[in-house]
Design a protein around this ligand. Sequence first.
Ligand code: COA
Length: 123
Amino acid sequence: MIIGIGLDLCDVSRFADKGVCERFSRRWFSECEREYVKGRGCFTQTVAGIFAAKEAVLKAFGLPLFAVPMNEISVEHDEDGAPYIRLSGKALEVSRVRGSPDIYISITHEAGIAAAVCVLECR
Ligand SMILES: CC(C)(COP(=O)(O)OP(=O)(O)OC[C@H]1O[C@@H](n2cnc3c(N)ncnc32)[C@H](O)[C@@H]1OP(=O)(O)O)[C@@H](O)C(=O)NCCC(=O)NCCS
């Protein structure tokens, strides 16, 4: 059963200043995300896509922005490059309260905009 859906758009230019990402990197991004981003050519669109994915996850759970630490919603990638979500800390607790749904995420970026959609399914 689908229990939640979240969609988010993010202006890539918000992340154009690398300093912003570096200053807030530990607060906003998990270690795995920071490592992934370092290896990307188009740094800003990847960061914006990851941030959009975090916001989409919050929406799907019906949580306001920053309701849980953003670095506890980690956007990781499998061997094909497909993103998936790994929760920790308070974010993981919230998920357990909701029945530990499977989390599906998709990210895109084009023309200065990054977008992500998240679907939650309880089996
Ligand atoms: C998935 C794919 C079609 C997206 O291409 P695109 O339209 O140029 O890119 P978009 O802007 O729409 O989306 C990019 C985002 O899709 C996600 N993505 C990457 N690979 C993906 C995959 N295999 N499946 C789902 N999502 C993927 C990433 O979050 C990526 O963002 P990032 O590069 O900043 O990390 C392309 O990356 C692709 O063909 N990858 C190879 C997939 C594959 O099957 N690999 C198996 C090896 S044989």
